[in-house]
Every structure is written in structure tokens, then in C-alpha cells.
Design a protein around this ligand. Structure first.
Ligand SMILES: Cc1cc2nc3c(=O)[nH]c(=O)nc-3n(C[C@H](O)[C@H](O)[C@H](O)COP(=O)(O)O)c2cc1C
Length: 452
């Protein structure tokens, strides 16, 4: 991947401002001389570290399969992980082998499937130790009630449970069973025990189960589980120990009980940043306006509606945060008065206008109250004079970084899955190429980590 690298060095962005009577009348002159160098900004090694090039990581994943009806879905997990470049080693219980043959998994994973601790054909005589200790991650999917019970009690009576006793890497468990089996206090207590010991329990989905019962207990779809594996296996945890707050989505400003003013923000950029920060080990809080996006795993989400809700949710949490990234599209104005009853059409006979008042400036507040060592990153979405407006925002809001993107650039903007971002700091600016929002999120985090 190549990108254009524009650096204003030695900060040849000369920013003069002539202060008029109020800040609204500030006039900024930007004299920008940009040196454009083209370099491979993401050398292969770096890309692999960042997990952007699926397929080059060769992390060793154990896929444990126990005897549940959803074992057939695990074939897609094995195949999906292999396609993404993971080194997939399948361990099956005898029960699992009654549902799908080891040969199927062997073909899909490209590795020998192990089923028996004592099999002389195992690569080493103590294969449970060799495999268990060399794995980067384990996913047990489906995890039957029986296997969960054994793991919770340290029972090691087959290849899967024995390997689990020997293994020291993160273990993800995807329970899948009939609702009554799942809700049985014994299963719940076993899952709680595993949770306390640091196993990651993936909540089963709800729906029609193979046994004909409607309820909780379905194994999530393979793509969801592959996402969990990527979450845990693919990133260097360079943000471990950092508390990160991300805002995302639009706000809604009520006009009356049924109507509101909002914008086109989908929340995708903020959610991508939250996901990547979590993958990199950060403790992430996502303050989100209403979006159609599913909840991000491993992220604490605080749902808000209005700009005021977002202000309250963000400012109350801000002091403890190391990094705050404001990707939400917050309304600048809201109706000065909110009607308590639905405004009727008949009321508009003589025309109707809505008086607006400014909302509280969240980024401005955070800039004013930014504590020593706290990194503040804002977004500037513009339709004209992108860089000038972004540079003004950088200074006026006292932030460390602005990610500027223009609605008019092809591939950038609200609802799509790509973005084109220019990162501005006081040291200079960097033009990132067209990227997926997930890649852009990762690149923004790289910039933040390099600048703080
Ligand atoms: C058709 C069929 C489907 C089953 N599906 C499940 C299931 O989805 N989840 C589960 O926990 N057990 C299920 N069981 C029961 C397990 O196969 C049984 O408890 C077995 O002992 C599990 O052994 P294992 O955990 O070593 O694979 C099923 C059994 C049968 C016969």
C-alpha cells in the first residue's frame, strides 16, 4: 500500500489570525507550502503488525469442536480463518466427529486434525502440550454443555480438554446448545467459572434452534466468530493500559415528541476507531448517537440521543481518559423550544419556523479542560475549504489532532465503507489514501500513538 505523505516542515503552515471583535469574526490566513513525497508508508512488516493484510499473519489458531449440531458451521470458520492466513489446527471431540468428519476439517484447514491424546500418528508424543503451548488463540465453537462443564472443572479426558489444560493463550468459548441446556444453572455456573478464569464467553444468538425450540443457544454465524478471532489474534496490543473514549454517530435534536433534527452520519467511522482501539488492547468507551450498527464487542457503549446527552456522557468521563477521539456528527444547533405535544399540521396554516439555539461545544469544552498528557483528536467534515477550516479548528479548539475529510471527495463521507482523511497536527499534516474505514481507523490510531 502506498500513500502520499505531505509534511509541513518545518511547520511551513503559517497560521496568522487577525482577531476581530468576536471569535466568529476571526480571519485566518493560511500560507501553506507542502512538500509532497511519495513513500511506502505502510511497509509490509508494519502492515502485518497492524493486521491490515489478512493472510500474512500466520498466527496459530486452535479451533476446538465439540459434539453439537452446529459443528457443521465450524467448517466455514476453519475455511474462513485459513483464507485470512491463519494457521488453523482443529481438535475434535469424539462427539464432534459424529457430526462432521475430521477429513472435512483436515481439507479445510490444511492441517491434520487431532482427536486422540494417545494417537501414535500425532506429530509429537505429547501433542496436547505442543499444540496447547504454541497456539496464539483458541476458539471452541461449538462448545457443548458437556465440554464447558469439563473445562470449568479441569477435566482432561480427551484431546480438546487436555490441550485446554496445557494452553496459556486466550481462549474464546462459543456455547451452543438447546435453550434449557444453556439456561440450566449448572451450565451458567460453569460459564461464570470460566469467565472468572479469563476465558472469553461469546454470547449465543437467539432464534430457531435445530431441536425446534425458539430461544437463546444458537452458535453465532461463522463471520461473527471469525471477527472475534481477528479481534483477539490479529493486533499487537500497543494500546494496552490506555483508556480511550470515542464518539460516533449523529445526534437527534427534538422538535416535538415525534420529530427531530439530525444528520446523515452512519457512525461507521467512530465504530471502526472503537473496534481498532479495542483490538490494539485499549479499554474503549464508545459514546454513540443512534445508529443502525450492531454493538461493538469488547467496547463499552453508552447510547445517547441529543447533543446535550453526548456532552454530559463525554465530559463526565473525559477526566479519566488518555485519548479522546470525537468522530460523532454533533448538531451545532437545536430547537430553542421543544413542543411538549405533537405540532399539528393545522398549526402551520400561517407558515411555521423553528428558532434554533447553539448546542454546547463538546470539543471546545474538552480542549479547554484537556489535562496534561491527554490526547484530543477531533474530526472536521467539510464541504469547502477543508484544510483551512480544519487548521482553524485545531488551534481554536486546542486539540492535538484533527482528522479532516471532505464530503466532496470520492470515497469519503458519511454512509460509505471508505474514507479519505487528512491528519493535521501542530507539526504538520498527512494525507492518507482512500482506505476502508477500518484501515483508516487503524492509520489514525497509528498517528495518535506516534504523536502522543
Ligand atoms: C443430534 C444431537 C445434537 C446435539 N447437539 C448438541 C448441542 O448443540 N449442544 C450440546 O451442548 N450438546 C449437544 N448434544 C449432546 C452432546 O453431543 C453430548 O452431550 C456429548 O456428550 C457431547 O460431548 P463432547 O462435549 O465431548 O463433544 C447433541 C446430541 C445429539 C445426539
Amino acid at each position: 500500500m502506498r500513500q502520499h505523505f505531505c509534511r509541513l516542515a518545518p511547520f511551513t503552515l503559517q497560521l496568522y489570525h487577525i482577531l476581530a471583535n468576536s471569535w466568529r469574526c476571526e480571519v485566518y490566513f493560511l500560507q501553506i507550502s507542502i512538500t509532497v513525497k511519495t513513500k511506502s508508508a505502510l511497509p509490509e512488516r508494519d502492515a502485518v503488525r497492524r493486521g491490515l493484510h489478512d493472510g500474512k499473519m500466520a498466527k496459530k489458531i486452535i479451533l476446538g469442536i465439540s459434539g453439537g449440531i452446529s459443528a457443521y458451521k465450524s467448517v466455514y470458520i476453519a475455511s474462513g480463518l485459513k483464507k485470512k492466513g491463519y494457521d488453523v489446527h482443529v481438535i475434535m471431540t469424539d462427539g464432534a466427529a459424529k457430526f462432521v468428519t475430521p477429513l472435512t476439517f483436515e481439507t479445510m484447514s490444511g492441517n491434520k486434525v487431532v482427536t486422540d491424546v494417545f494417537d501414535p500418528a500425532n506429530e509429537t508424543p505429547t501433542e496436547h502440550i505442543t499444540l496447547g503451548q504454541s497456539a496464539d488463540l483458541v476458539l471452541i465453537a461449538p462448545a457443548t454443555g458437556n465440554t464447558i462443564a469439563k473445562l470449568a472443572n479441569g477435566i482432561a479426558d480427551n484431546m480438546l480438554t487436555t490441550t485446554m489444560l496445557a494452553c496459556t493463550c486466550p481462549v474464546l468459548i462459543s456455547p451452543a446448545m438447546n435453550t434449557a441446556m444453556f439456561e440450566n444453572p449448572a451450565t451458567q455456573a460453569n460459564l461464570e467459572t470460566l469467565r472468572e478464569r479469563g476465558f472469553v464467553i461469546i454470547e449465543p444468538a437467539e432464534g430457531m434452534l435445530a431441536c425446534g425450540v425458539e430461544g437463546k443457544g444458537k452458535m453465532p454465524e461463522p463471520d461473527v466468530l471469525i471477527g472475534y478471532v481477528e479481534q483477539w489474534a490479529s493486533k499487537e496490543k500497543d494500546m494496552a493500559g490506555l483508556k480511550v473514549l470515542v464518539t460516533a454517530g449523529p445526534t437527534q435534536e427534538a422538535i416535538d415528541p415525534v420529530r427531530y433534527i439530525t444528520n446523515h452520519s452512519s457512525g461507521k467511522m467512530g465504530y471502526a476507531i472503537a473496534r481498532m482501539a479495542a483490538r490494539r488492547g485499549a479499554e474503549v468507551t464508545l459514546v454513540s448517537g443512534r445508529t443502525a450498527l450492531p454493538k461493538e464487542p469488547f467496547v463499552e457503549t453508552v447510547d445517547v440521543l441529543s447533543a446535550q446527552d453526548m456532552f454530559d456522557a463525554v465530559t463526565s468521563r473525559a477526566p479519566e481518559m488518555d485519548i479522546i477521539i470525537k468522530a460523532a456528527a454533533v448538531a451545532d444547533y437545536r430547537p430553542a423550544e421543544v413542543a411538549t405535544e405533537k405540532i399539528k399540521k393545522s398549526d402551520a396554516a400561517s407558515g411555521r419556523s423553528i428558532e434554533l439555539e447553539p448546542t454546547q461545544d463538546i470539543l471546545g469544552y474538552l480542549g479547554e479542560h484537556r489535562r496534561e498528557g491527554q490526547f484530543l483528536c477531533g474530526f472536521a467534515m467539510e464541504t469547502q475549504n477543508l484544510l483551512e477550516n480544519a487548521a482553524k479548528k485545531l488551534v481554536k479548539k486546542n486539540v492535538n489532532m484533527i482528522c479532516a475529510n471532505s464530503l466532496k471527495t470520492k470515497g469519503a463521507g458519511f454512509a460509505g465503507d471508505t474514507n479519505v482523511i487528512t491528519v493535521l497536527t501542530r507539526e504538520g499534516m498527512k494525507q492518507l489514501p482512500l482506505m476502508s474505514k477500518l484501515e483508516a481507523a487503524d492509520a489514525i490510531l497509528d498517528e495518535i500513538m506516534a504523536s502522543r
